[in-house]
Structure formats: structure tokens, C-alpha cells
Design a binder for this molecule. Structure first.
Ligand code: NAD
Ligand code: UDP
Length: 316
């Protein structure tokens, strides 16, 4: 089996490539290196059948040889990254998604779309089940990401209905772990990098907003479970249903790093969701999947990886 992973040099893409290669698949990682790094592919470089193709998937592309699965993960994902690249984010979610769906259609390949909990916007229903349509500001700063992903879901669904492409849509909730850029801008890498440097942890707003953090190994098992399943229904939430406030997360990182850092409160970004927690009943029932790594254990493993990177500028 041969899989194409767009965004393969990113945080999730790198973990997916490693797991797919480990399961004996041939893998082509396609990435424009806008937010990713080839270092994320170090574990699979030189593996039989592995190839890296540097390319912007918003531009047309073809892959030689057989294609059995397409995993479309290319997109800026951290809020500072997509806010700095608004047009590119909309393009990779729209035109880029269509290019990857065409690749799957031409090859009769199964297709996995990396969608996001952001399709629920600032949700008015809690926890969020797949049946909830969301509460998204279509013209706010975050809309470049949220609406791109909502469009991508619509496009992927149209390819299933029109061309019979075997499409799976994963709504990924906040995922963290080794491989995140310390300067990526998301809460977990920011807090760990700040705590290790003895700097104040920057909390946006009062820290009472919630997120549900999934360790990357769990997320990858859920994503590949979905890809390889017979599920032909709609989108599926893949995330950890344990909900924490951002203040709790910051305090836990301080405790686990043994840091003497303070907390510094900063303004809350526009449209920052107040509560977020997945209902994963569908993934439990259809895939028999649920997360296994606690937040404390996952943070320990992530902190340990960050400590190994300290002083290595190529990881920034
Ligand atoms: P990341 O920024 O580490 O990885 C994204 C990768 O896509 C990078 O390697 C980047 O260079 C590449 N890329 C961006 N635009 C591209 C383009 N036009 N052509 C080719 N490559 C391009 O982010 P991540 O956390 O690994 O996220 C991966 C995917 O998962 C994204 O689609 C994101 O929306 C989705 N997702 C992630 C999370 C999470 O918590 N990590 C949550 C929800 C959804
Ligand atoms: N956040 C924070 N300090 C930071 C980075 C993020 O308080 O240094 C907050 C952010 O405002 C949001 C939450 O933490 O409420 C999660 O942010 P992240 O960027 O990790 O993910 P997303 O907003 O996409 O869920």
C-alpha cells in the first residue's frame, strides 16, 4: 500500500509518516515547508519506499506510481501561523483540497481530510458532537482557517457524492506532543518553552477558557483507525474528551517542569472559543478508539523532548 501525506513535514504529518512507514507502507510526504521542517521526517528518511516532495499543494501536482491513500494534512494550524498567512490558508483548504481529492479520484484511493474542531467555531453546544453545525464568524480573523476547513469538508463530501471517492473526515481537537516547534505559538509549546526558559507563561484572557488536549500517539491511532475503517458516514471527532482550563494547563506545565515562572495575563484574541470538548461516542462505537495517555503523562513526554531540543536552533 502506498500513501501520500500532504503536510508530511509538519507536526502531525511527521508522526503519521513514521507510523505508516512502521506499518510497512510506502509513503510520499508532500510539503512546501512553510510551517514544517524536514527534521520531522528524520525517522523515515532513507526508509524503503519513502520519498519527500517539496511542493505547494495549492498548485497542481501529480505523483508517479500507485496511490492507495491520500492524507491531506497540509495547512497552517497554529493561530499565529494562519493569521500570518490568511490567503495561503484559504487556498490550501480550498484549491489544495481539490487537488488532493483529484489525486485520490484519479487513483481510486481512499482519502483522509484533516479537519478541525474549529469548524464548531465558538460552540454554543457542549460537548461538541458531529451533529452540531457550529457557531463560526465568517469574516472574523479566524475565519480564514475555520471557513477553509468547512469548505474542505463540503468539497470532500461532494467528491464522495459525485465521484464515489472513499472520503473520511477527521475533526481533530487540540493535539500536542514531541515534534511541535517551540515557537509554533500554540498554548502547549508556548507554555513549555516559557517554563523551561524561566519566563512568564502568557495566558490570553483570564485563562478560564477550556480546551481538551490529545497526546499525538493517541491522535495518530485514531486517525489511521478512521482512514482504514469502512466508515462511510460523515465527519468524525478524534480528540481527548478530558476538558481543562488554560490556567490549569499553565499550572500543570509549571509543576511538571519544576519552573519558577510566573503567569502573565495578556489580551484574549478575537473570537477565541470559550469552551471546547469533543463528544467521541462515534469514534468509540465505529473504531473502538479512545485516548489512553493522560495529560500529565503526555506533557511529561513532551517536556522531555523539548529539553532534548534546548540549544538546538534548527528546531526553532
Ligand atoms: P503544522 O503547521 O506542524 O503542519 C502543517 C504542515 O503543512 C507544515 O509542514 C506545512 O509546511 C505544510 N503546508 C502548509 N501549507 C502547505 C501547502 N500549501 N502545500 C504543502 N504543504 C503545506 O501543523 P499540524 O499541527 O501538524 O497540523 C496538521 C494538520 O492537522 C492541519 O491541516 C491542521 O489544520 C490539522 N489540525 C491539527 C490540529 C492540532 O492540534 N495539531 C488540530 C486540528 C486540526
Ligand atoms: N493561549 C494562551 N497563551 C498562549 C497561547 C494560547 O493563553 O501563549 C490560549 C488561546 O488563547 C486559546 C488556548 O490557549 O484560548 C488554546 O490555544 P491554541 O493556540 O493552542 O489552540 P486553539 O486556539 O487553536 O484551540
Amino acid at each position: 500500500m502506498r500513501a501520500i501525506v500532504t503536510g508530511g513535514a509538519g507536526f502531525l504529518g511527521g508522526h503519521l509518516c513514521r507510523e505508516l512507514v512502521g506499518r510497512g507502507l510506502e509513503v510520499v510526504a508532500v510539503d512546501d515547508l512553510s510551517t514544517g521542517r524536514v527534521a520531522n521526517l528524520a525517522a523515515v528518511e532513507g526508509a524503503p519506499g519513502f520519498r519527500f516532495l517539496e511542493h505547494d499543494v495549492s498548485e497542481p501536482f501529480e505523483v508517479d506510481g500507485p496511490v492507495d491513500a491520500v492524507l491531506h494534512f497540509a495547512s497552517p494550524a497554529s493561530p499565529p501561523d494562519y493569521l500570518a498567512r490568511p490567503i495561503e490558508t484559504l487556498r490550501v483548504g480550498s484549491t489544495g483540497t481539490q487537488h488532493t481529492l483529484e489525486l485520490a479520484r484519479r487513483n481510486g484511493a481512499r482519502y483522509l481530510l484533516a479537519s478541525t474542531s474549529e469548524v464548531y467555531g465558538d460552540p454554543l453546544v457542549h460537548p461538541q458532537a458531529e451533529t452540531y453545525w457550529g457557531n463560526v464568524n465568517p469574516v472574523g480573523p479566524r475565519s480564514v482557517y475555520d471557513e477553509a476547513k468547512r469548505f474542505a469538508e463540503a468539497m470532500a463530501t461532494a467528491y464522495r457524492r459525485t465521484h464515489g471517492v472513499d472520503v473520511k473526515i477527521a475533526r481533530i481537537f487540540n493535539t500536542y506532543g514531541p515534534g511541535l516547534r517551540p515557537a509554533d505559538g500554540r498554548a502547549v509549546p508556548n507554555f513549555i518553552a516559557q517554563a523551561l526558559a524561566g519566563e512568564p507563561l502568557t495566558i490570553y484572557g483570564d485563562g478560564s477558557q477550556t480546551r481538551s488536549f490529545c497526546f499525538v500517539d493517541d491522535e495518530v491511532q485514531g486517525l489511521l483507525g478512521l482512514l482504514l475503517s469502512d466508515w462511510s458516514g460523515g465527519p468524525m471527532n478524534i480528540g481527548n474528551p478530558e476538558e481543562h482550563t488554560i490556567l490549569e494547563l499553565a499550572r500543570l506545565v509549571i509543576a511538571l517542569t519544576g519552573s519558577s515562572s510566573d503567569i502573565a495575563f495578556r489580551p484574549l484574541p478575537v473570537d477565541d472559543p470559550v469552551r471546547r470538548c469533543p463528544d467521541i461516542a462515534l469514534a468509540r462505537r465505529e473504531l473502538g478508539w479512545k485516548p489512553t495517555v493522560t495529560l500529565t503523562e503526555g506533557l511529561r513526554r513532551t517536556i522531555s523532548w523539548f529539553c532534548d531540543q534546548v540549544g538546538n536552533e534548527s528546531h526553532r
